[in-house]
Design a protein around this ligand. Structure first.
Ligand SMILES: Cc1cc2nc3c(=O)[nH]c(=O)nc-3n(C[C@H](O)[C@H](O)[C@H](O)COP(=O)(O)OP(=O)(O)OC[C@H]3O[C@@H](n4cnc5c(N)ncnc54)[C@H](O)[C@@H]3O)c2cc1C
Ligand code: FES
Ligand code: FES
Length: 1337
């Protein structure tokens, strides 16, 4: 066998790249970032689950005689697989310095990039779409975006920007709009007459358009880069057989089937890698070692597709995208009945992973992996597909896929056998087939349960029946008893009833079964069959009663619609003055081109070492020994740093209480704590070596859940307590007492940029630290303490963060301090970037809460008095939990005035990662308890929920929980506008009508008001500084203490300077946040940064303005630069420190009274949802949000914050569920297991309006803070879901109150919709009689 050995050749952005000895273990992403320094492509998850690493792969397909373009996850693509291909990265399509690609321009100018970390991946997905289809539609965009996540924007702005490139774009609205004149994709005609801020009603100053789409450059597909001719002219690039040999792994790319078979015979243990979407994940996260890899992508027999009378045969290496396309064509060419299996497969593929994964992963990979939740295997089994296997001697055998699997991920194939192909049959007219899948998220999620169900009828009786379920056993499981018993039965109600009983027998599930949600999964098996029964009945009879019909429809998404309403600036505002204008995020152009630099994009420094972390893997244990000998024997490993390298008093860290250790010394109190760091020459070596450190533990009893902590009285002091009036008397005297309890789960921050840090030791004990942190000053202080040096030797810098949301406020200190110690001890720069699983396993989340209340209520629903108890799971250390419980307990009034109350809050100490700040900081948990109470009152007293809320709502100057007068109250206005804009009455009638005519789908709607207090809970934190220099050329350099985390803080500071100094924005620059420019800055948190830093910048600018005033008066007509120079000549300082401290905060922690907040932000939201009662799936049909955020400094940024917060809140209340084992192991350590909302989850209609005509005397230019308050608006979706469940229960005659815990995931929704199917389930074993797979923290 002859090999073209050792030279890998491919093209990147049009340039040829040759690699002499490529390492088969290397991914394309690591090569692009580390070797080619193309750092625009980001590493977020490394498991194909977020799309941030998306690049375009182009290849010439001789069979199609054309070039095909594929969006691909570079984090999973092996470098060696790039041979003969052309790769395009975000840097290759446009640049802010030369020319932006229209995709980049439209995304940036439509405000679709906030922190920017997801942006390059999103750009490349859209770019690939355009290369394949120059005039796509919105459906294409949704498909291409299925594999991309964004945690900041809420997606609406991205979709709006891209919409301008679609066939649905209706133009900019101008009279002479080119779109209306037939030109495609926008015009770039700046003279089209569009007013600057879109629609403009002078009398109301109402704006509805945040984007000047008429200014976009047109998209011209003929201008795109051509495919490298060299690759086309020499097709052997793509076909020659190759071998690449690395230190641990050898990669073969055979060119023929025989060569492949010979290789497999020589290396029976070899892995066949097509897409690497299974193997790549196994290697990276399960640390499997596969020394021989065979890539069969060039073996013609494995990629070919053949059709015959019986059906279609796909080569095992056919990609899912190719299969999808092939089947779509077949479906369009044959009668419906003949392609029922194909339709089920294409429908399933729609929900199979994202486009990037489908583009590379092969059907053979899916079959041979044999995952019990494979989406294809149940379909193939029920369709009776056949597999063809071949051995090295060329012997072929065909086996049915039913019977192929023997046990968990095992099958009957022999080690030297290769899967050659899979044959899928046509269906006959009397054969019916459907596929089903239920997941936590519709797009790009693995199944909870899936199924393929087939029936062949002879007349009215069943001839053959096959039902295969995934997610119910270690392999895909056939319901064998049911399959036998239904033969010969008539397709009627009696068959349905028998089938349900039989299926429950066929598919039992142990109470402790892996995956949990046991009852739900069992219910799904019968719900799927019930749907199949209805569908087949409809096929057989040609009719289906109206009540049942809707349940057969999957949720389908028309292109989402949206509107934004805001106040535009007065017409006479000077052009240079950007305050109040919807200007684009200042870094947006750099973010869309990949030029924006984040921590790990900093080029490697000379002598740099990489850190591999040794993290605890017990929840509670004594450390018996730590042995790093083997690790240090790994070639390239240099040091092992642990608690032994620090004196005990320096080994203490933490944001407030110093109750944590930099390196765990004697005990671990949670999984994910740092025990040590291995330093090595590169990241992979450091990680490999770290895995070789042997830690021996003696296990101790762990406390994991809130209930555990309550039982064992494991709390942090102090307890938070607020009391006012005689609450007992008030409750006793009330005609009604309503009580209840509710859980609210934690939430992973899932910022896209992982926590990272680079520490660079310098002379005189100085150290420069680049950190992805919201708190550079805290980082500095913790490092100084650990190193035993004064803070003046440590400089911590943060240029921008790829998101934070509170997760990088204090939890970054553990890593940065440990890394600084490592840098200090080794005397070399050290870089540490957490892998996503390390990040999620160690950095903590939003606090899970348990809330209880007992309220005395009037007949009309007015609360007279209430007792509330809140318990937060704080994790293993205090961190910021005292602040969180304080805000939670002072927020459990939400928008309602409580005449008497007693509120108790406790932080539970548990052996889980320490929980921390997260957008809202306990506020959403407190408000959620208040809204649960309002919801219960309305329902138990049969009152209108809006009227109950209105009755209790704050009026001007009423007193809050801390007895602070609630001022400038606009709750009524927000609520009224929300009701009006959401067309609430009409929506309510429509919901009722829908519910009365649909049995298995129900709708619900809810309106929720919200009040949010603005200020840090601790008075001293409410301060901020800025440093402003003016240079002699008139340029202005600004530095602030706050960090740009995507929220637009720098942009707002720029805007402030334009007004304060009267200079154009081009003269202003903010470079980075650094502790040597602005000292002692508080964390960038609590929504306070605009209030603090814009005000501090304003203060500095005003000082400078006053100093310049004499020169301005002397030459009023002269330019700014002239005054600056004149001042300079007169020896006037042109540098000023600005400072802001929030005024009016009078809260006294002793008496627990006084003004805790500077002011309040108010809002209201109305949501309408539809649920599928049989599966628990749901869709948000509409959301209307109204927020009073004063006079917005930048409506585009503020609306972006509102939409982003809403979607993050939607994740909190309806999707994101942390799953922990009873022993404290976090199962949810990546986007595969932990689902945040994706593009497909945004409401079909999302309307945001900023309340106009309001102002705020307490913040800069009458603005208000916006980061956290809108998050709670998403609770309206939760309560709308609860309403829909109520409608389902009511139909069933179940009127009694029920608990719905947050998040309202499909299992909770389904199990709350009690019906005849759930009644069939046998009673579940008593709690305590078994060990559940997962627990709620
Ligand atoms: C983000 C993400 C989302 C996903 N979503 C889904 C989903 O929604 N539904 C779902 O079912 N799966 C999903 N998966 C799993 C995975 O993508 C699929 O199983 C995929 O089809 C695997 O194909 P591959 O080519 O990438 O496999 P590879 O990783 O290349 O190979 C997988 C295994 O198959 C073996 N193999 C491959 N071809 C042959 C052959 N011809 N003969 C013998 N052995 C062979 C290999 O040796 C290897 O063990 C997802 C994975 C990721 C990373
Ligand atoms: S980093 Fe590749 S998909 Fe997340
Ligand atoms: S802008 Fe998308 S993750 Fe931040």
């Amino acid at each position: 066998m002859e090999h073209k050995e050792d030279e890998l050749v491919f093209f990147v952005n049009g340039k040829k790249v040759s690699v002499a000895s490529p390492d088969p273990e290397r991914t394309l992403l690591s090569f692009l970032r580390d070797k080619l320094r193309l750092t625009g492509t980001k590493l977020v998850c490394g498991e194909g689950g977020c799309g941030a690493c998306t690049v375009m792969v182009s290849k010439y397909r001789p069979d199609l005689k054309r070039v095909v373009h594929l969006s691909v996850n570079a984090c999973l693509m092996p470098l060696c697989a790039a041979h003969g291909l052309a790769i395009t990265t975000v840097e290759g399509i446009g640049s802010s310095k030369t020319r932006l690609h229209p995709v980049q321009e439209r995304l940036a100018k439509s405000h679709g990039s906030q922190c920017g970390f997801c942006t390059p991946g999103i750009v490349m997905s859209m770019y690939t779409l355009l290369r394949n289809k120059p005039l796509p539609d919105m459906q294409d965009i949704e498909t291409y975006m299925q594999g991309n996540l964004c945690r900041c924007t809420g997606y609406r702005a991205i979709l709006d920007g891209f919409k301008t490139l679609t066939s649905e774009f209706k133009g900019c609205g101008a009279k002479n709009c080119c779109q209306l004149n037939g030109q495609e994709n926008g015009c770039g005609d700046a003279s089209s007459g569009m007013p600057e801020n879109g629609v403009y009603l002078e009398e109301e100053r109402v704006g509805t358009d945040l984007v000047d789409s008429h200014k976009f450059s047109p998209y011209d597909p003929t201008q795109e880069a051509i495919f490298p001719p060299e690759l086309m002219l020499q097709p052997e690039w793509a076909t020659q057989s190759m071998r690449f040999v690395g230190p641990r792994v050898t990669w073969y790319r055979p060119a023929s089937l025989q060569e492949l078979l010979d290789l497999k015979a020589t290396h029976p243990e070899a892995k066949l890698v097509n897409g690497n979407t299974e193997v790549g994940v196994e290697v990276k996260f399960k640390h499997c070692e596969y020394p021989v890899i065979i890539n069969p992508s060039q073996v013609q027999e494995l990629t070919s597709v053949t059709w015959d009378q019986a059906g279609v045969t796909f080569g095992a290496a056919s990609t899912l995208s190719d299969i999808e396309q092939e089947l779509h064509t077949a479906i369009s060419q044959h009668p419906d009945w003949k392609t029922r299996v194909f339709s089920a497969i294409t429908e399933m593929l729609r929900w199979f992973a994202g486009t990037q994964i489908r583009n590379v992963s092969a059907i053979g990979g899916n079959i041979m992996t044999g995952s019990p939740i494979s989406d294809l295997v149940p379909l193939l089994m029920s369709a009776d597909s056949q597999l063809t296997l071949v051995t090295s001697s060329g012997k072929r055998r065909t086996v049915p896929i039913r019977g192929f699997y023997t046990s968990y991920r095992r099958n009957v194939a022999q080690p030297d056998e290769v899967l050659l192909s899979v044959t899928v049959p046509f269906t006959a007219e009397n054969e019916f087939f459907m596929g089903y899948k239920q997941a936590h998220r519709r797009d790009d999620d693995i199944a909870i349960v899936n199924a393929g169900i087939f029936v062949r009828m002879r007349g009215e009786t069943v001839e053959t029946f096959r039902a295969t379920y995934g997610g119910m056993a270690p392999t895909a499981a056939s319901a064998t008893k049911t399959e036998q018993a239904l033969i010969g039965r008539t397709w009627d109600e009696s068959l349905l009833n028998s089938a349900i009983d039989l299926l429950l027998e066929d598919l039992p599930l142990d109470a402790s079964a892996p995956g949990g949600m046991v009852e739900y999964r069992r219910t799904l098996t019968i719900s799927f069959f019930f749907k199949f029964f209805l569908q087949t009945t409809a096929w057989l009879t040609g009719k289906l009663d109206k009540e049942n019909a809707s349940v057969l429809e999957t949720f389908h998404r028309p292109a989402p619609a949206s509107s934004q309403l805001f106040q535009v600036v007065p017409k006479n505002q000077p052009v240079h003055d950007l305050v109040g204008r919807p200007v684009t995020h200042v870094s947006a152009l750099k973010q869309v081109t990949g030029e924006a630099q984040y921590c790990d994009d900093i080029p490697s420094l000379e002598d740099e070492l990489h850190a591999g972390l040794v993290l605890s893997c017990r929840a509670h244990a004594r450390i018996i020994s730590v042995d790093a000998d083997k690790a240090l024997r790994e070639p390239g490993a240099t040091h092992f740093i642990s608690a032994k390298d620090l004196e005990p008093e320096k080994n203490r860290t933490g944001p407030a209480f110093l109750d944590e250790e930099v390196f765990r010394a004697e005990k671990v109190t949670s999984m994910g704590q740092i025990i040590g760091i291995v330093l090595a020459c590169d990241r992979a070596t450091a990680q490999r070596a770290a895995r070789k450190v042997k830690v021996t533990y003696e296990e101790l009893h762990p406390i994991i859940t809130i209930e555990d902590a309550l039982r064992e009285e494991s709390f942090f002091a102090p307890q938070q307590q607020y009391e006012h009036g005689d609450v007992d008397a008030a409750i006793t005297a009330s005609p009604h007492v309503v009580e209840g309890s509710v859980r609210m789960g934690g939430q992973e921050h899932f910022y896209l940029e992982p926590v990272g840090c680079i520490a660079v030791p310098k002379e005189d004990n100085e150290m420069e630290v680049f950190a992805s942190t919201q708190c550079p000053a805290g980082t500095q202080m913790n490092i100084a303490r650990a190193l035993g040096v004064p803070a003046n030797r440590i400089v911590c810098k943060a240029k921008r963060l790829g998101g934070g949301f509170g997760g990088k406020e204090s939890r970054t200190f553990c890593l940065s301090t440990a890394v600084a110690v490592a840098a200090n001890r080794s005397g070399r720069p050290v870089r540490a970037i957490l892998e996503r699983d390390e990040d999620m396993a160690s950095t903590g989340t939003r606090h899970p809460f348990l809330g209880r209340y007992r309220a005395g209520v009037t007949r009309q629903g007015k609360v007279n008095g209430v007792e509330m108890w809140l318990f937060a799971n704080g994790g293993y250390s205090a961190d910021l939990s005292v602040g969180v419980i304080s805000r939670a307990t002072t927020s459990c009034d939400n928008a309602y005035c409580l005449p008497t109350f007693r509120i108790d809050g406790k932080i539970c100490f548990t052996n889980t990662p320490s929980n921390t700040a997260f957008r809202g900081f306990g506020g959403p948990q407190g408000c959620f308890l208040a809204e649960t109470m309002m919801d219960d009152i309305a329902n138990q007293l049969h009152l209108d929920p809006i009227e109950v809320r209105r009755l209790n709502m704050y009026h001007e100057a009423e007193l809050s929980i801390t007895r602070q007068p609630v001022l400038h109250v606009t709750l009524e206005r927000c609520l009224d506008e929300c009701i009006r804009r959401s067309e609430y009455q009409q929506a309510k009638e429509e919901v009722e009508k829908f519910n009365s005519s649909n049995r298995w789908k129900k709708r619900g709607l809810a309106v929720i008001p919200n009040k949010y207090g603005i200020a840090f809970g601790l008075e001293f934190l409410n301060q901020g500084g800025a440093l402003v220099h003016i240079y002699r050329d008139g340029s202005v350099l600004v530095t602030i203490g706050g960090v740009e985390i995507g929220q637009g803080l720098y942009t707002k500071c720029y805007q402030t300077v334009t007004r304060a100094l009267g200079v154009p924005v081009e003269s202003v620059y903010i470079s980075e946040t650094s502790t040597d420019k602005v000292p002692n800055a508080v964390p960038t948190a609590a929504s306070m940064s605009t209030d603090l830093y814009c005000a501090a910048v304003l203060d500095a600018c005003e000082q400078l303005r006053q100093r310049l005033a004499p020169f301005r008066q002397a030459s009023p007509q002269a330019a700014f630069q002239h005054w600056v120079n004149a001042a300079y000549m007169q020896r006037v300082s042109l540098s000023a420190c600005g400072f802001e401290k929030t005024r009016g905060l009078t809260y006294n922690p002793e008496s627990k009274t006084g003004a805790m907040f500077a002011y309040y932000v108010y809002g209201a939201a109305c949501s309408v949802v539809e649920i599928d009662c049989l599966t628990g799936d749901h869709q948000v049909l509409r959301a209307d949000i109204v927020m009073d955020i004063g006079e917005s400094l930048n409506p585009a940024i503020d609306i972006g914050q509102i939409e982003g917060a809403f979607m993050q809140g939607y994740g909190l209340f309806c999707m994101e569920r942390l799953k922990y084992s009873p022993k404290g192991f976090n199962y949810t350590r990546g986007p595969g297991a932990y689902k945040i909302p994706g593009f497909g989850d945004i409401p079909l209609q999302l309307n945001v309006s900023l309340l106009r005509g309001t102002s705020n005397p307490r913040a800069v230019y009458s603005s208000k803070a916006v980061g956290e308050p809108p998050l709670f608006c998403a609770a309206s979706v939760f309560f709308a879901i609860k309403e829909a469940i109520r409608a389902a229960r009511r139909q069933q005659g179940v009127e009694k109150p029920f608990d719905l815990h947050s998040p309202a995931t499909p299992d909770r929704i389904r199990m709350a919709c009690q019906d005849t199917l759930t009644d069939k389930l046998p009673p579940s074993p008593a709690p305590g009689s078994f060990v559940p797979w997962m627990v709620d923290l």
